[in-house]
Design a protein around this ligand. Sequence first.
Ligand code: T5A
Ligand code: NA
Length: 213
Amino acid sequence: NGPLQPLCRGAFILLEGCDRAGKSTQAAKLVRKLKARGFLVEHMRFPDRTTPIGNMIDAYLKSTKELDDHAVHLLFSANRWECMAKMKKLLSSGTSIVVERYAYSGVTFSAAKGLELAWCKSPDIGLLAPDVTLFLDLPICEAGKREGFGEERYENEDFQRNVRGLFLDMKHDMTVGDIQNYARKTIDEIHGELVASAIETIKKCATLPLKDL
Ligand code: T5A
Ligand code: NA
């Protein structure tokens, strides 16, 4: 019967950025590396296209379904809310989560369509806040050259330029955690930096309370 160990929670590590910036590539590598180093970690992404709400979002993104801009904004937010219980359970049981996209994408993409910024932020208020937001930034002209660009709704360069501007404006705004920028580097260089940030975050917030947006 030694001294009671403080219960360590997991860290909420968010990868954000414009389309094709490398979020999925980096999230997969990061999760593999953290697991190999012995950390408990799960990989999540928004939109989560596997739920009924996510199915509607998927059809909208593939342009097989049309929806009012406000309605689809609320669906993206609802898709985050429906995952809150799972995310809280994982974090409080000591598992970290590496998440692709979150409320920043929600706000920037809808605001780039012309919806009012304050209105765009409101449905996400009260969601779990990330402990760190790793922002993958990439010049839009580079993103446009990457594989698959242009296949889904929003993947045109003018729209993405608006989104990127809004991302850069919001950097100091919506987060409780730090935001770090990763400019155009090789996949392995970015990976090394993300691993270091993620491990630092896991250690730093192990005994801190969870916070909300
Ligand atoms: N959306 C999302 C909203 O409007 N509201 C919301 O609330 C949310 C959550 C779907 C769309 O929904 C919008 C935003 C999006 O438009 P998605 O499902 O995340 O979002 O979209 P995906 O198509 O899955 O992902 P992305 O287009 O954002 O691409 P990634 O994941 O950033 O990039 P990735 O890793 O797939 O890489 C793209 C290509 O680049 C190469 C890769 O090999 C790949 O070919 N690459 C690199 N090449 C050179 N150097 C590097 N460093 C590279 N890193 C990757
Ligand atoms: Na992706």
